[in-house]
Ligand binder design. Sequence first.
Ligand code: F3S
Length: 391
Amino acid sequence: MVDLTKQEQQMFDGEMDEAAQQSMEILVALARIYKAKRMIPVKSAQISGVSYKTIGDAGLEYLQDLVSKGAKVGIPSFLNPAGMDISQWRDMNVPPDFARKQIEVLDAYSSMGIMKSCTCTPYLIGIIPGLGEHVAWAESSAVSYANSILGARTNREGGPSALASAICGVTPYYGLHKEENRKAKLQVNVVCSLDSLSDFAALGYAVGKLSNRKYPAFKGISRASKEQLKVLGASMAASGSVPLFFIEGITPELNISDDPEIREIGRSGIEDAISELDSGEKPDLVTLGCPHASIDEIKEISELVMDKTPTVKFWICTAKKTKEEADRLGLSSVIEKAGGRIVSDTCMVVSPLERMGYSVTGTNSAKAAKYLPSMCGQRTVFGNIRDILYR
Ligand code: F3S
């Protein structure tokens, strides 16, 4: 039995519009599955299922149908990366048939009132939920960052449930929305130094694999930048579906159960993860910015490539707002002179990369290295930025 407020009941009964009714039905069905007794208001929604590659015609028709039923979002809502950069797709060799469908998907979301900014790092462009704030976010690395680094509360939503929450403004109250479920049952003692983003990515990949559905709490990491934290969380989400972690002295919360499983990880564990992800080849394309790059990452890359031109073509994925800043600061032209390109609101994993002429892709992201083979038919090269750009 799900206890609905008057307004939720009106949506459920179809007294608003058909889209709200359909959305509330999804949320009530979820509540029943997860035994949630009520809904909880959410302040924002991040919606996945944006690339035409992942949703196909069935997904596009679902969205267009919702639009025809009057769907409008009731809370600030934004999108996950699309399958292409809307302003550079021709230069990137994206097939026109794909581009046409992708534009239709974005138009459908836009007519529901959803911001067209498509990023997995909304927290880098000013969308920053506060400690204890309930949200309905969908992309796994964004979910991890929101829960762990910001201390917000979100389950990992699917595309349709995040969209339903965007329309209704609520989500079922279960899982990571409840304090009692936000506990680490795995303690990971890190006994080596972590030198680069790819080290954090490899650590996350290794810990995700051994986490066995337990949330980890790290000890022994004395400092980490926001870029390293986003990569750590993204990797654990990719290899172990981990939506929440803690780091002693760094995350705003540290809740460890009384009797956690204790594991130790050192340099050899990190090297094992790196060699599992790296085919050892020379890439024909390098993609950076998974999760989407911050302006500081772009600055760092531009300094590197200004000194020495990479031996391979490279793309940096980021949010449109960050790309605009990079343009303003003159970083985009430095990158372009060095054979690179900053691409916005897209990500190579959900792009039609296999139709764009590439077969070996380099990355410093364990998440991208894990998914590029299955999603894009790529062999992957994994390592730190310097290694993969000059291999
Ligand atoms: Fe973001 Fe795509 Fe990586 S959604 S986390 S850039 S796989």
